[in-house]
Write a protein that binds this ligand. Structure first.
Ligand SMILES: *[C@@H]1O[C@H](CO)[C@@H](O)[C@H](O)[C@H]1NC(C)=O
Ligand SMILES: *[C@@H]1O[C@H](CO)[C@@H](O)[C@H](O)[C@H]1NC(C)=O
Ligand SMILES: *[C@@H]1O[C@H](CO)[C@@H](O)[C@H](O)[C@H]1NC(C)=O
Ligand SMILES: *[C@@H]1O[C@H](CO)[C@@H](O)[C@H](O)[C@H]1NC(C)=O
Length: 962
């Protein structure tokens, strides 16, 4: 009998379980489900009586009340680009309030499309766990969440655009252990740290990354939150030194202060945080040596000090006690020096090693090959030297990223070597890899980014290369080698290819059809020939650079439809036909260089739509007709070179009235006629005015004394076209080229163009006197008025322009004596006064004594004295000034200012992506679906981002040197 009784009791219990769900709660759940959109039918099990058996629902075993709702999106946000198809969305119904026992609510990674967090959530009084991470909520965080007095876990991170006012309601949550507000805008919560201090001592985990926080008290009398084990303040804007209270948080195991504008030194008290496993201080402006107390942090497995100004020996931040256990080591972009001997080989747990951009030297030890866990290895931009062989890679079976760029390394790998790894990102820029095309690449079938720029490869690109790289390759840079051969006839199968950089090689054949994914094509300085393929214009192109080849045929009108195209350089080819007249208002073009081709026809009126155009170079073609007046709408034009064409008509006044940003105006060798409009002098930034070789008549406008940039010694800013490639250190520059006749020669100016200040009106029919106002242009380096019909005297003021290096007044009808001032012009190295009617004694002076070529003065019957052979009659006065020898200070100043350089970086369309420093951390995990194909490559970029601008300045100087 007792057994029967027992069975009865058991039956009663189980029966209750079978019919567990409370009717009212079932109704509430069904009502809640009705409010949701569920395209993937995740809630298909939500039917039938027992709601406790529904997917995602868990009940209290004794009361049958619903305890937990676990509705997290099962599709992987990070790995599954279609995760959103598994999202729940639409509406959150307040019927949840009927679930009187609900303690756990997880709606993370769903898509509530920017609705507010409903205020009824604050009525779910039994909640202990609330997770709305990545659930797409927006608006203000409801302060009535402070009513959830049992809450232990609150995660509102990575939502749509939540913000919060003050956070005092958090102090009403006495049991809260875990708080993640990452990406909630806390701009208005400036007293956030007071709140944290008032919160219960139970708080253990605090994530406030990307919260737009700017204030952080550096000292605190009483620190209440010493129970914190995790503190994450990544990506805020504190602009502060590291706060003192940090070093009292001695329970911390995880500390992330990355990318938050901290500056100053790392204090000795760091050594108090002996529990730390993870220390991230990257992307700040911290400086100085690493304190010796770091020796106490023996539990570190991850140390990120990258992108700061730390200095000292590379071994300083690497206490012996962490050698065996450290997994992630990011010290890149600092000023550490030293070498890798005697320590690297001991770090056998390393998975991630970034030492790039430091001052490290010595060889790369072969012990590297023993670090079998290594996945990420960046040693770029140091001074490592010596030879890399197979031994260095011996056990690196897990490596997916290898960057050795910008070191004087020689890579000597056996031709038959089969690498142990499958790399995705490869950088050997400026290493010596050639002369053979590396055969081991044949085994690397997962490559996404490959940088072999300037690696001394002098070989044909093997056919297999295109096949193995076809599916994933996104960034390819093999510029500056001696690659030969042809490209595959059709490259559309390279469906991920975004950046294709092959400039300065010896490739030939025609340019193939390219995939639609392409954003940057640079095949300039090769021997490509033939016409452009008909479907050449792929829709995502940002930069199209094919200069210095032998491309023929015409420019396809489809070029007008490229909505992203910003840089177009087809100069120095054999293009014929007309410039398409189809430019659209949406055009992003800021640069067009079609110089040195055989283009003809008129400049089309639709150029008016190129409202972003900054630089237009059509030099050396056969364009004819008049300038279209619609061109005056291109008001951003800074550089305009239409020289050496067949343009005619008058020089329009609107150039001076509308194109007010012009710095360079080059109209040389055309057929413009009539007067020079005085309005040109309204171009206050103009530095280069070249109207030579036309049919201009009338006099030189007196207003020409008003070119203020030519009167100022500082250079005017020319746009500097720079584009990012996501390659490794792969930022490229387009520089305007300009031919200037100076010192009697045709010189091509590129990098130092911004320092050139010149007026060339030679070879026209200009009459009248040289306006003395030109003498106000004290920074002018070149003045060429030769081969006109100018008369009168040489104005004294013009003769003493102090920066003048070249003065040519030959073949005019100038008369009178040569002004004495000309002998004071220190830099004058080219002077031509021949074939005028000048008379009298040639002035003497330090500079003129070196200009002792009689041809300077030839054709002036009445000049006398050295260097001419006819001596002056004694009645001729000796024009001589008491000349202080002007010292070289000014000259030095000039060189200095040249080397300082400047940049107006055209950051291009990628910058938004690059700037998002909070993504940086995710490196290879977050394959955000939008930027999927570019991601891994761009992650490298992000890792270097905060220094990028400074970096590019430096590069610019380096490349742009005299
Ligand atoms: C309820 O019981 C099931 C199995 O009978 C068990 O897995 C679950 O953890 C229990 N839930 C609670 C909240 O006790
Ligand atoms: C945060 O909110 C402030 C206003 O409170 C706003 O000015 C700022 O732009 C917001 N920041 C972000 C990153 O959205
Ligand atoms: C520290 O926390 C307690 C409550 O836990 C609070 O009463 C006290 O005011 C806090 N101290 C400071 C300085 O905020
Ligand atoms: C940081 O603070 C300094 C002075 O405290 C100030 O000069 C500087 O402009 C600030 N920087 C930013 C980016 O706010």
């Amino acid at each position: 009998m007792p057994t029967i009784l027992l069975h009865l009791i058991l039956w009663l219990l189980t029966a209750r379980n079978l019919d567990a769900c409370l009717g009212s709660e079932r109704q509430a759940l069904l009502n809640f489900k009705d409010g949701l959109k569920d395209p993937s039918d995740r809630l298909s099990s939500w039917k039938g009586k027992d709601c406790c058996r529904w997917k995602g629902v868990e009940c209290n075993n004794s009361t049958s009340g619903v305890l937990k709702l676990k509705l997290r999106n099962p599709c992987d946000y990070y790995m599954d680009p279609n995760y959103y198809k598994c999202s729940l969305s639409s509406e959150l119904r307040p019927s949840l309030v009927s679930l009187s026992e609900l303690a756990y609510l997880d709606l993370s990674i769903n898509d509530f499309g920017g609705i507010q967090i409903p205020s009824f959530i604050g009525s779910l009084k039994k909640l202990k766990y609330l997770n709305f991470s990545l659930a797409g909520f927006a608006g203000e965080v409801p302060p009535n969440l402070g009513n959830l007095s049992r809450l232990r876990y609150l995660d509102l991170s990575n939502t749509f655009s939540l913000f919060s006012g003050n956070l005092w309601w958090l102090t009403r949550l006495p049991f809260l252990k875990y708080l993640d507000f990452s990406t909630v805008n806390l701009t208005a919560a400036s007293d956030w740290l007071d709140v944290v201090n008032m919160m219960s001592p139970s708080l253990s985990v605090l994530h406030l990354s990307s919260c737009s926080l700017s204030s952080i008290p550096t000292s605190f009398s009483i620190v209440n939150f010493t129970s914190l084990t995790t503190l994450n303040l990544l990506d805020n804007s504190f602009n502060s030194t590291l706060p003192n209270w940090l070093w009292k948080l001695n329970s911390l195991t995880y500390l992330d202060l990355g990318a938050s504008m901290f500056h100053g030194p790392l204090p000795y008290a760091l050594g108090n945080l002996t529990s730390l496993n993870v220390l991230r201080l990257g992307q700040n402006n911290l400086e100085g040596n690493i304190p010796g107390s770091i020796r106490n942090l023996c539990r570190l497995t991850c140390l990120d000090l990258s992108q700061n100004n730390f200095t000292g020996n590379i071994t300083d931040p690497l206490p012996h006690c962490i050698w065996n256990d450290i997994k992630e080591l990011s010290l890149g972009d600092n000023k550490f020096y030293g070498n890798l001997s005697n320590w690297l080989k001991h770090m056998t747990s390393l998975t991630f090693l970034d030492l790039g951009k430091n001052q490290l030297d010595g060889p790369i030890p072969t012990g590297l090959g023993k670090l079998s866990e290594l996945t990420y290895l960046d040693l770029s931009y140091n001074s490592f030297a010596g030879v890399i062989t197979e031994v260095h890679f011996h056990n690196l079976t897990k490596l997916y990223l290898l960057i050795l760029s910008l070191n004087p390394l020689t890579v000597l790998l056996n031709q038959s070597w089969i690498p142990p790894f499958q790399l995705q990102i490869i950088g050997f820029r400026d290493c010596r890899l050639g002369p053979r095309f590396p055969p081991w690449l044949r085994w690397q079938t997962h490559i996404m980014t490959l940088d072999l720029s300037n690696t001394s490869i002098a070989d044909r690109v093997p056919d297999w290369f295109w096949n193995i790289t076809s599916s994933r390759l996104s960034v390819l840079d093999m510029s500056n080698n001696q690659l030969s051969g042809v490209l595959p006839s059709n490259m559309e199968f390279m469906a991920q290819l975004s950046v294709f950089e092959l400039s300065s090689n010896q490739l030939e054949g025609s340019i193939p059809s390219l995939p639609n994914s392409l954003t940057t094509l640079d095949v300039s300085k090769n021997s490509f020939s033939g016409p452009l393929p008909s479907n050449f214009m792929t829709p995502n192109l940002y930069a199209l650079l094919i200069s210095q080849n032998q491309i023929n045929g015409s420019i396809p009108p489809s070029v007008c439809q490229l909505q992203s195209l910003s840089l177009l350089d087809m100069s120095n080819n054999d293009l014929t036909g007309e410039l398409p007249n189809c430019w659209m208002e949406y055009s992003q073009l800021s640069l067009i260089d079609l110089s040195d081709n055989n283009l003809s026809g008129e400049i089309p009126g639709s150029v008016a739509n190129l409202s972003r155009l900054v630089s237009l170079n059509l030099d050396s073609n056969s364009f004819g007709g008049e300038l279209p007046s619609s061109m005056q709408q291109c008001t951003r034009l800074t550089f305009l070179d239409l020289g050496q064409n067949k343009l005619s008509g008058i020089i329009p006044t609107w150039i001076g009235e509308s194109l007010l940003n012009l710095v360079v105006l080059q109209l040389r060798s055309n057929m413009f006629f009539s007067d020079i409009p005085p309005q040109l002098a309204w171009l206050h930034g103009l530095q280069v005015l070249d109207l030579a070789g036309n049919n201009l008549s009338g006099s030189i406008p007196q207003s020409f004394g008003n070119f203020s940039a030519m009167a100022s010694r500082s250079p005017t800013k020319l746009p500097n076209f720079q584009y990012w490639t996501f390659g490794l250190y792969g930022d490229y520059y387009y520089n305007e080229r300009l031919h200037v006749m100076m010192k009697g020669q045709d010189e091509e100016y590129t990098k130092i163009l911004s320092f050139l200040k010149t007026i060339d009106l030679s070879d026209n029919y200009l009459t009248g006197q040289i306006p003395q106002e030109i003498g106000r242009l004290v920074a002018l380096k070149n003045l060429n008025l030769s081969r006109n019909l100018l008369s009168g005297k040489i104005p004294e003021m013009v003769s003493r322009i102090p920066e003048l290096e070249s003065l040519d007044l030959s073949f005019n009808e100038l008369s009178g004596s040569i002004p004495q001032g000309i002998s004071t012009v220190t830099f004058l190295s080219h002077l031509n006064l021949s074939y005028n009617n000048l008379s009298g004694r040639i002035p003497l002076g330090n500079q003129l004594q070196t200009l002792n070529d009689p041809s300077i003065y030839i054709g002036n019957a009445n000049l006398c004295g050295p260097p001419l052979t006819n001596s002056c009659s004694s009645s001729e006065p000796v024009p001589r000034e008491d000349l202080r020898h002007e010292d070289n200070a000014e000259r030095k100043w000039l060189y200095l200012s040249m080397s300082l350089g400047f940049i107006t970086g055209l950051w291009g369309l990628f910058i938004a992506l690059l700037l998002n420093s909070s993504w940086r951390r995710s490196y290879f995990l977050v394959l955000d679906n939008l930027f999927n194909q570019l991601y891994v490559a761009s992650a490298i970029f992000m890792a270097r981002l905060s220094r990028k601008h400074a970096e590019s300045r430096r590069n610019h100087q380096y490349r742009g040197g005299m």
